[in-house]
Design a binder for this molecule. Structure first.
Ligand code: SF4
Length: 416
């Protein structure tokens, strides 16, 4: 009887914790869509870029306006350990405020909770043998993962066919020179990844960047894989090759042979007509929508079920269309994520608005349910995505009860 009571009490406590976590997660989505207002001076004396991890603009500016020369932290953690993006927006009703040396997330001036800044990884303070700062080579994206943006430009700029939501070329123009970011060489990447694996326990790396001609892309990816293996000493370094759809699909086999465990090709939009309008470069210069879908199917044949990832920019097409694509791709063994569309400064869609946060939250819950139905595990979604801090990852952590708070509460119940 005592055991039954204990179990009922534990179930009740766990259910309350989940409710609390989902409320916190909702705030992550709201502040991700609406941004957060703050006065840069609240970070004065906080050693951003020394003690705490700084934002580095290797790919996309996600703040709602540029801030050249003013350093922001890379993000922050909520009390339950969710990684929040920090997108500066002076119009937002959410803000960061500082009281007695503690920084809080607030809504219309009312404190919600204290935040924690991410500590700077050790390898961020190191340089390669040829003197390049490693924080410009491999971004630490949380939970032992790295994002290596080998280039900070996209070749579609030559023809003016950049994806309409993308600001990679604008970000490069705004920050590239100021922050010392440029093309990266394989040996530099190998050294930086090895340092992050050694110094900070990193265990996954995604190689990505703007669109480049396919022959140049594949040769480069193979050289980088060789270099990472050489410097880390690992045959399987748990890498994701994020690539464009090659005209010749047999190229996909080469990435697998080179040692990448997973592969990613971002479809961006499921509706083929909207794809055509939003992604003109992928449509005209890279085979078009049918070819991108065929590529993902072929990747699943080569790499295996649960080892291929795609992504949809959520909010540029009707929700049903995105879900239809995610369901279809899941049936082929492809894990297709969705990320809330952020009308990036410098993109063709700057000044537009993303759907309401509730729209996004509902979409993420439905995606997580699709993954569950198709049997995708947390390890699979961890291995194939560049940043394991998306809302979908968080939903898995809540439902699998793997956040530290579950263990702490379970121990407290057992102790009574
Ligand atoms: S292919 Fe599209 S999303 Fe990718 S970097 Fe180029 S413009 Fe941006």
């Amino acid at each position: 009887m005592q055991n039954i009571n204990k179990r009922i009490r534990k179930d009740k406590i766990m259910s309350n914790i989940k409710d609390k976590l989902y409320r916190e997660l909702e705030l992550k989505i709201i502040t991700g869509v609406e941004g957060i207002n703050f006065d840069h001076r609240i970070f004065d004396h906080l050693d951003i870029g020394v003690k705490y991890q700084e934002e580095v603009h290797c790919l996309f500016e996600l703040d709602h306006e540029s801030h050249v020369g003013i350093q922001h932290p890379a993000g922050f953690y909520s009390p339950s350990g969710f990684a929040f993006p920090l997108k500066w927006d002076r119009r937002s009703q959410y803000s960061l405020i500082k009281e007695n040396g503690v920084i809080y997330l607030a809504h219309k001036g009312q404190v919600i909770f204290p935040i924690q800044l991410p500590e700077r990884p050790n390898y961020y303070g190191l340089k390669t043998s040829d003197g390049v700062r490693m924080n410009t080579l491999a971004l630490y994206s949380g939970d032992q993962t790295l994002l290596v943006p080998y280039s900070n430009e996209c070749a579609f700029k030559e023809s003016g066919r950049d994806c309409k939501f993308c600001n990679i070329n604008a970000t490069s123009r705004t920050y590239g020179e100021v922050e010392g970011i440029g093309w990266k060489y394989p040996h530099q990447i190998g050294e930086a990844v090895a340092a992050a694996y050694r110094e900070d326990g990193a265990r996954h790396v995604t190689l990505t960047g703007g669109f480049v001609a396919e022959r140049r892309e594949v040769e480069y990816y193979l050289d980088v894989a060789d270099s990472i293996r050489q410097y880390t000493g690992l045959d399987d370094f748990n890498g994701t090759a994020c690539v464009g759809a090659p005209h010749d699909l047999s190229i996909i086999d080469k990435y697998k042979e080179a040692g990448y465990r997973t592969i990613a090709t971002n479809i961006e939009i499921w509706d083929r007509n909207i794809f055509r309008a939003i992604c003109p470069g992928k449509d005209i210069e890279s085979g078009g929508w049918d070819h991108w879908v065929k590529t993902l199917e072929y990747e699943a044949e080569v790499f295996g079920r649960g080892k291929v990832r795609s992504n949809i920019v959520a909010g540029l097409e009707p929700k049903d269309s995105s879900l239809e694509g995610i369901e279809y791709l899941a049936s082929k063994g492809v894990i297709c994520f969705a990320t809330s569309w952020n009308p990036n400064p410098g993109s063709a869609l700057e000044g537009h608005r993303s759907p309401e946060p509730e729209w996004h939250f509902d979409l993420f819950k439905k995606i997580a349910a699709i993954y569950r139905r198709h049997g995708f595990t947390y390890d699979e979604i961890y291995d194939c995505y560049a940043t394991p801090t998306t809302v979908i990852h968080d939903i898995y952590r809540i439902e699998d009860e793997t956040l530290p708070i579950f263990r702490e509460e379970a121990e407290a119940v057992e102790a009574v």
